[in-house]
Design a protein around this ligand. Sequence first.
Ligand code: GLN
Length: 451
Amino acid sequence: AHLARIDAVDEKVHAFLHVDREGALAQARAVDEKRARGEKLGPLAGVPLALKDIFTTEGVPTTVGSKILEGWIPPYDATVTKRLKAADVVILGKTNMDEFAMGSSTENSAYGPTGNPWDLTKIPGGSGGGSSAALAAFQTPLAIGTDTGGSIRQPAAVTGTVGVKPTYGAVSRFGMVAFSSSLDQGGPCARTVLDAALLHEVIAGHDPMDSTSIDAPVPPVVEAARNGSVAGMRVGVVKQFRGEGYQAGVIQRFDESVELLKELGAEIVELDCPSFDLGLSAYYLIAPSECSSNLARFDGLRYGLRIGDDGSRSAEEVTSLTREAGFGPEVKRRIMLGTYALSSGYYDAYYGSAQKVRTLITRDFEKAFEQVDVIVSPTTPTTAFAIGERVDDPMAMYLADLCTIPTNLAGNAAMSLPCGLAPEDNLPVGLQIIAPAMQDDRLYKVGAAVE
Ligand code: GLN
């Protein structure tokens, strides 16, 4: 049924880069056979899922939305892919994304944009717009995203779906193509809080193949999602998450959510987190710096695309021609920014300062969580903007992640879930819930209460 739905709508939505029809049917049949033999089934047996095209899938193309990996077929599964298969999930295919997860609209995909199913002329968010659009268009009940600065939560917000960025280190990065390794985190996307929790439990947990993977039990997210409540909880509202640049309808729905939390028995606490204002600037030094190092491996020799290798050119020339043709403009911009920020003589002024800001933001969170159990905010300052509206203005594009970035810098956990439509455009508004590191279950407890 989901493959048929994809056939019916994906020409318009363009959520998928690759539909693995045969693989999906084979996985579904394997589940049926297991059931017939009376074997124990995985926890999500037979449930279809759309996988962001940043996770390697053995025998199935993985492009990361880039021409530089066009035609590359990975020889191995990411840990997330492996865990999905072990849970008997049916992987429908790979979803569209901004190239190397750099963007907030999916317009930076080398394979064309994805439409927002609420209004196809609007962006579905980014970088994981394919996953969020597939959920909103009912092409899949579950999806996987990755969140470096907001790429799970911002797409969830603008498509009226649920997305969770778990605590950094909770979900293995092995086989997840690296953008900014100290920020990147995979996580669950779904249409309900409980669905997200069920998926969270399957993909999270320690992995010796990822040196930053946390070796501790996964917080009880499913139990929390089944027992939503905020009674007696202290909920923080941060002064810095409103003001100029926020759409009136977004603030209106957010304020109503805060009222609802009060009615349900939460105590609301006003918080001041002054360093949050510097989050965006710090992020746009740290993320490009790490990306300029991570993307050095795409040299035209090891993977995918290779241009000009006709025997007359040096390896260096082939690398240069391949990168020129294979990387899109935003990726090139980030590599240049990062290389500059890390270069000798500028390192302390740029990268060093950004790391100090990162520490200040972490301290703001620590202080905040001495006073409250969770923090709430709008997920994004505005609802979905029009395709094309911000492509020529990177600064405007970067603002989409104003509320999501502090969490990535500090490494704690956050969720976005729908909190109504903005009256001025009838488009979905996202409520963000933020919890301390390794307290991911609080997101689900609160999310389930207000859903
Ligand atoms: N939009 C942000 C960026 O372009 C975040 C991307 C992400 O989380 N992968 O870097």
